[in-house]
Ligand binder design. Structure first.
Ligand code: CMC
Length: 420
C-alpha cells in the first residue's frame, strides 16, 4: 500500500506497511499528524502484550489472559512479561527466590513514608517512595549495564509491595510489618497490610487466589497512559525507579487507574438498583461519566472485566460479605448494555467496573484501590521499560505541536499596557 501527497503540484509517495505510515516518511513529504491523546499513533514496536479491541482479546507474549489467570501465579506472569517465555520449574524457583530476597526496603524509606500527613493519599506516598529508590540504588542509573538493569528490576518488583503496604499502614497509624520469608508474593503482601498481633498472618487461600488473579489481569496492558509515561521518561535515558514513579503518577488519574476508586464512589452515590435509571439519564445528559465503562482500545467487553466479575462473585461468597452495591453494579451494567447511548458508542464494562467491589469485600479502603492496581502493573512497567531501553530504534520521545498562539509581538513596557 502506498499514499501519495500532492502539494503545490508536486507529488510524493509515502509507503505504508501493514496499514502503518512512518512519521519519518510523512516528514519527508512535508506532512505531520495532529493526534490529541495519541489515539492513532504507535510510539513503539512491542512484543509484550497483544490486544484486539474489537474482539475483546488480550494476550501476554501470545498466551491468552484467560489461561494465565486460570493457571499461573503473578510472579510467573512477571517472568513471562520480562523474558518472553514461561519459566521452567527451575527458573521459577530461582526467580521466586530472587524476588523474595529483595523484599526489604532501606530503613530510610520507612522514614520517608512516616513523614507524610495522616491523610496523605497512598498513591502519592507510593509514587514518591518508588521514585526515592534511585537514591538508595544509584547504580540503577547505568541503564546500559544489563546486570544493573536486571538487579534493579528485581528490586523494583520485590520492594513495591512493601512500600505499598507501608503507605497503607502509615495512614491507619499501625506499626510497619516486615516481609516474611515463609510467605509467597501475594500472601506476604496481605500480611504486610493486615497483620496485627499474629506471629504470622495467614490469609484465606481463596482471597489469596482472587488477588493473584487480579494481579495477573492488571500486570500489563500495552501502551496505556501510565505505560506511555514510563516509556516517555525512560526514553530520556532514565532508570527503572524514576520511570515507574512517573507511571504511578499517571495511573493515579481518575480516567486511568483511579477509575476503580471512582466506580465505588459512583455506586455509593447511586445507592440502590431502583435509582440506576435516573443516574443513566444523567450520564446521557452529560452530567456525569459512567465510571468503569468505556475504553480507548476495547470496543467490546473487556476480557478482564469478564474474569473479574466472576472473581467478584467468588470473593463475596468466600468472605460472606453481602454487598448491596453488587446489585447496583449488575443493574447498571444491564441497563447500560441495553441503552442506545452506550451501544452506539461501544461502551462496555472495563477492568475497573467490578474490581472495587472485590477490594471492598477484602476490606481495603477506597484510597488503596489504585495502589492495588499499581503493584501488579509494575511487572508490565518493568517489561516495557526494559524493552524500551534495549530497543535500538528507541529515540527520546518528543512529540510535535500545532502552534496556535501569537507570533513576533513587540514587548510593551508595564506603564504602556491597557489599564496602566
Ligand atoms: N460514560 C459516558 N460516556 C462515555 C464514557 C463513559 N464512561 N466513556 C466514553 N463516553 C462517551 C464520550 O462522552 C464520547 O461521546 P461523544 O462521542 O458523544 O462525545 C464517546 O463515548 C467517546 O469517548 P471518549 O472520551 O472520546 O473516549 P476515549 O477513548 O478518549 O476515553 C476512557 C476512554 C476510558 C477515558 C473513557 O471511556 C472514560 O472516561 N471512561 C470512564 C473512566 C474509566 O472507567 N477509566 C478506566 C479505563 S480502563 C483501565 C485504565 O485505563 O486504567
Amino acid at each position: 500500500m502506498q499514499l501519495t501527497s500532492t502539494q503545490d503540484g508536486k507529488s510524493t509517495d509515502i509507503p505504508a506497511e501493514n496499514g502503518v505510515v512512518r512519521g519519518a516518511d510523512l516528514a519527508r513529504a512535508g506532512l505531520s499528524t495532529y493526534d490529541p491523546g495519541l489515539v492513532n499513533t504507535a510510539t513503539v514496536r512491542s512484543a509484550i502484550t497483544y490486544i484486539d479491541g474489537d474482539q475483546g482479546i488480550l494476550e501476554y507474549r501470545g498466551y491468552p489472559i484467560e489461561q494465565l489467570a486460570g493457571n499461573a501465579t503473578h510472579l510467573e506472569v512477571a517472568y513471562l512479561l520480562l523474558y518472553g517465555e514461561l519459566p521452567t520449574p527451575d527458573q521459577l524457583a530461582v526467580w521466586n527466590n530472587e524476588i523474595n530476597k529483595h523484599r526489604f526496603v532501606h530503613e530510610n524509606v520507612r522514614g520517608i513514608i512516616q513523614s507524610y500527613r495522616y491523610d496523605a493519599h497512598p498513591m502519592a506516598k507510593l509514587m514518591s517512595g518508588v521514585a526515592s529508590m534511585v537514591t538508595f540504588y544509584p547504580s540503577a542509573r547505568d541503564i546500559a549495564d544489563p546486570e544493573a538493569r536486571e538487579r534493579n528490576i528485581v528490586r523494583m518488583l520485590a520492594k513495591i509491595p512493601t512500600i505499598a503496604a507501608w503507605a497503607y499502614r502509615q495512614s491507619i497509624g499501625r506499626h510497619y510489618v516486615y516481609p516474611n520469608d515463609e510467605l509467597g508474593y501475594v500472601d506476604n503482601f496481605l500480611a504486610m497490610l493486615f497483620q496485627s498481633q499474629q506471629l504470622v498472618y495467614r490469609a484465606d487461600p481463596r482471597v489469596t487466589r482472587a488477588l493473584e488473579v487480579l494481579f495477573i489481569l492488571h500486570a500489563d496492558h500495552e501502551q496505556n497512559c501510565s505505560t506511555n509515561a514510563v516509556r516517555a521518561v525512560a526514553s530520556a535515558g532514565n532508570d527503572v525507579y524514576t520511570s515507574v514513579g512517573a507511571g504511578i503518577g499517571a495511573l493515579f488519574g481518575p480516567l486511568h487507574g483511579g477509575a476503580n476508586e471512582a466506580v465505588l464512589a459512583m455506586l455509593k452515590q447511586i445507592g440502590s438498583p431502583d435509582r440506576v435509571g435516573e443516574f443513566i439519564e444523567g450520564v446521557k445528559a452529560g452530567k456525569a461519566r459512567l465510571m468503569g465503562f468505556g475504553h480507548r482500545v476495547y470496543k467490546s467487553y473487556d476480557p478482564r472485566a469478564r474474569i473479574i466479575k466472576k472473581a467478584c462473585e467468588d470473593v463475596l461468597e468466600a468472605t460472606g460479605a453481602r454487598n448491596p452495591l453488587l446489585e447496583v453494579a449488575r443493574e447498571l451494567e444491564k441497563v447500560a448494555l441495553e441503552d442506545e447511548y452506550f451501544i452506539s458508542r461501544r461502551l462496555y464494562p472495563n477492568v475497573d467496573f467490578y474490581s472495587g467491589l472485590i477490594y471492598e469485600a477484602l476490606r481495603f479502603p477506597p484510597e488503596m484501590f489504585t495502589v492495588l492496581f499499581a503493584v501488579p502493573r509494575t511487572a508490565g512497567w518493568c517489561a516495557q521499560w526494559l524493552e524500551g531501553v534495549t530497543d535500538p530504534e528507541q529515540k527520546i520521545m518528543r512529540p510535535r505541536q500545532v502552534y496556535t498562539g501569537h507570533r513576533e509581538r513587540s514587548f510593551v513596557p508595564l506603564e504602556g499596557r491597557a489599564g496602566a
